[in-house]
Design a protein around this ligand. Structure first.
Ligand code: HGY
Ligand code: MN
Ligand code: MN
Length: 416
């Protein structure tokens, strides 16, 4: 019976090391932004490893790369296992990559044991999870959660986006036509590092994610008046840099004082014209914020947007706001949570129910099928950094939980 089945640890480890070399940085991380040469190379490597294992490979019209093991009945639904091979700039080796490799390893393990189930199994690497252009681009396309306007970027981003698509043979139209019929999907499972400190602090092996954070982001442009840095009087300035700086600190105050458990980040800031001796005319910044429930997310949005109005009044600038990402918070499937918990008990692993403050493709898939997310500990809670690390033993535990949970689901006819 398949309950005793385990993944091949050595093969999984060799693959992890080989993949981590693609786009490797000298400080031990990886730099594989979506559509970069290193990212394309990693995706090709994944397809080659899958083909070498005799799996059926595919690249859909949104660039999602996948491998199928047809172990189900004729015209079976599929249990999809996946994550992403792109990284943030100067990121870590585990974020996303581990989930894709574990998915591939699950399929290989099942195939070499010749097991049959009710459903097929598919491993997928989603396009641009990290949002170089649009967060969860691939999973949103696959689930039919993309509209034309989602791909109409600002005039500065549009040419780079077009170029990135051209290099991979995609078009906005092809991306918009990648939606699958949700009836073909029986469920979705993702293994991921926690990217936070909870499992390590609580000394637990596995995190069973109950819900995933909602994320909103905007591009803000404060426009003031440029001038000579040495002659224009301080008291008469409309310095866009001051507006940006003041707003960034207001965000910090608001979050710390009024929204415990939520986060907000200004991760990008650009001043124009950007010269040492010119008062900044324009400050373009990103504002991203997250909350675990819809009501709090909406409240946070309204408080932060009214802080922008106060800033504009105080510094006499103008302001343009362009919405970017809008991903609502979602619960994961309670049935899948129970299956993961049972699997942890069978494997003698401790577990903890928890929410995810990081975004994952699982939250997009959860809109159209039962979805589950499995966490393993991150050393020091560090992620989106070359210092991101997880003990190899935990990676193997996570992959075995993914295997056993996936097989439980593949055996179930209809996951409620
Ligand atoms: O930004 C996130 O939460 C994820 O790592 N994409
Ligand atoms: Mn990430
Ligand atoms: Mn990730």
């Amino acid at each position: 019976m398949w309950e005793k089945l385990r993944i091949n640890e050595d093969r999984f480890h060799r693959d992890f090391e080989a993949l981590a070399k693609i786009g490797a940085t000298s400080d031990g991380g990886v730099d594989r932004p979506a559509f970069s040469p290193a990212h394309s190379k990693a995706r090709q490597w994944f397809l080659q490893r899958a083909a070498a294992a005799g799996l059926k490979t595919n690249v859909d019209s949104a660039g999602n790369h996948s491998a199928l093991y047809p172990c189900g009945r004729p015209k079976a639904q599929v249990v999809l296992l996946g994550s992403h091979l792109d990284s943030v700039p100067s990121g870590g080796r585990f974020d996303g990559a581990l989930g894709v490799l574990a998915a591939l390893e699950v399929l290989r393990t099942v195939k070499e044991n010749g097991l049959r189930f009710n459903t097929d199994l598919e491993a997928v690497d989603f396009t641009d999870e990290e949002g170089r252009f649009l967060g969860f681009l691939g999973s949103r396309a696959l689930t039919g959660n993309l509209k034309t306007e989602d791909l109409s970027f600002s005039t500065t981003t549009k040419p780079t986006f077009r170029k990135a698509l051209n290099s991979t043979g995609l078009t906005p139209e092809s991306i918009l036509s990648a939606a699958r019929n949700k009836k073909t999907l029986s469920g979705y499972l993702e293994l991921h590092i926690e990217q936070g400190p909870v499992l390590e602090a609580q000394k637990k092996d596995i995190g069973i994610v109950t819900g995933i954070t909602g994320i909103l982001s905007f591009s803000l442009t404060f426009t003031g008046i440029a001038g000579h840095a040495g002659t224009f009087p301080m008291e008469k300035r409309k310095d866009a840099g001051w507006a940006a700086a003041s707003f960034i600190l207001a965000v910090r105050r608001i979050l710390l004082n009024k929204f415990p458990g939520c986060t907000a980040t200004v991760g990008k800031l650009h001043l124009e014209p950007g010269a040492v001796n010119v008062i900044p005319r324009q400050a373009v910044l990103s504002l991203e914020f997250r909350a675990g429930d819809r009501t709090t997310l909406e409240k946070l949005e309204s408080v932060l947007l009214s802080a922008t109005e106060k800033t504009v009044r105080r510094y006499g600038t103008k302001l343009d706001i362009v919405p970017m990402e809008k991903t609502p918070p979602v619960p994961t499937s309670s049935i899948i949570q129970k299956t993961i918990q049972k699997t942890c008990r069978c494997l003698g692993l401790s577990s903890l129910h928890m929410t995810s403050g990081a975004g994952h493709d699982a939250q997009i898939l959860a809109r159209i099928c039962p979805a589950g997310l499995i966490f393993i500990p991150s050393i020091g809670g560090i992620s989106h950094s070359p210092r991101e690390n997880t003990r190899w033993k935990d990676c193997v535990n996570g992959a075995n939980i993914l295997l056993q949970t996936a097989l439980s689901l593949a055996e179930t006819k209809d996951i409620p």
